[in-house]
Design a protein around this ligand. Structure first.
Ligand code: UVW
Length: 331
């Protein structure tokens, strides 16, 4: 029996096969990867990750920074500065407890779904990319039961290796209105001014300046100031159509959601996060969030370039819905 009878308007479920779990990552084939490798002319590298204990200052109260602790050795002792008699070895071994989407991260396709009646029985299911369902394809958390994405888990993204051509657009001054919403026209204008040309299978990297402020201000980060940073306007139909037509494989931003939702005019019964809906649910476009572009953006501007080789695998962590990342740009 098919997973769905009806798909949301504008969705392209089935485009890469009925059981596909990586969406537009499928577009990155060996030819496109060779094209990306050709951008690595200088051999210079940039780390696009924040230190994973950023943001500071408790600006995302629901998500928690990593906490390190030592593991326990088989002899019951703390495995930190651990030694055994009669040998010279000294061992440290540690554990981390962290929210996978606290800092620089990938949103997996299992991170975000919508309520939609895909089987046409008159009731909306909780449904994800390509028609995977919360009640069938996920283990829901319960007492003593850990949650798990049995479909669309982040390990699928890891298996694709996440390497291709990145293109960076600086939208720090492109935001429209008091909320800094960047619509289709504003994004196009920024791309034209910066000579950015997006090709099928590219990773579109959106530089808003948000992560620069996180790094600069540390514990003193000012939420009001952060919310003035620009972000994509997911309610703009022209922007959503362009994302579809452009063939981007993923969109990565240095802000927490890629899109901005404060100051947006929203209709009732629509998604709070329309760009998430469009990308993660309808098209299978992964979202990278809280990446850091400061040094890369400066170098690219100084060299009149916008493209680079991007290597950005998530953790190969079965069943997780997102993952920290340590993306690398090579120019
Ligand atoms: C949500 O908070 C739902 O999404 P994100 O991690 O993309 O910001």
């Amino acid at each position: 029996m098919p997973k769905w009878l009806c798909q949301p308007q504008g969705a392209k479920w089935g485009e890469f096969g009925e059981n596909d779990q990586i969406g537009r990552m499928n577009l990155i084939n060996p030819r496109r990867r060779r094209r990306a490798l050709a951008e690595a002319v200088e051999g210079q590298v940039f780390l696009l990750s924040l230190p994973l204990d950023y943001p500071k200052g408790g600006i995302f109260p629901g998500r928690h920074a990593p906490v390190l602790s030592p593991t326990t050795a088989r002899d019951g002792r703390t495995m930190y500065d651990w030694t055994v008699d009669g040998a010279i070895d000294v061992v440290n071994d540690d554990r981390v407890t962290m929210d996978l989407q606290y800092s620089t991260q990938w949103d997996g396709l299992s991170h975000y779904g919508i309520r939609f009646d895909a089987d046409q029985d008159g009731e909306a299911e909780h449904i994800f990319y390509n028609g995977f369902r919360a009640d069938v394809d996920f283990v829901q958390p319960a007492d003593g039961v850990a949650p798990q994405a049995m479909a669309l888990g982040i390990e699928n993204l890891a298996a694709s290796c996440v390497q291709g051509r990145g293109v960076l657009v600086d939208i720090r001054r492109a935001g429209c209105g008091s909320h800094g919403l960047v619509n289709y026209e504003a994004l196009q204008q920024a791309m034209d001014e910066q000579g950015v040309v997006v090709e099928t299978g590219d990773f579109l990297c959106i530089y808003t300046g948000y992560a620069d402020l996180l790094l600069r201000d540390g514990e003193g980060v000012d939420p009001a100031r952060m919310s003035a940073c620009p972000g994509l306007d997911g309610t703009d139909p022209k922007l959503l159509q362009w994302i579809d037509d452009s063939g981007v494989a993923a969109i990565c931003a240095d802000n927490p959601m890629v899109e901005k939702i404060d100051g947006v005019q929203r209709c009732s019964d629509k998604a709070l996060m329309p760009l998430h809906e469009h990308c993660l649910v309808k098209l299978g476009i992964h979202l990278g969030e809280l990446w850091w572009f400061g040094e890369l953006a400066l170098w690219l501007a100084q060299h009149q370039r916008s493209a680079f080789l991007l290597t950005a695998p998530p953790l190969n962590l079965p069943g997780a819905v997102g993952s920290p990342a340590a993306p690398i740009a090579t120019v």
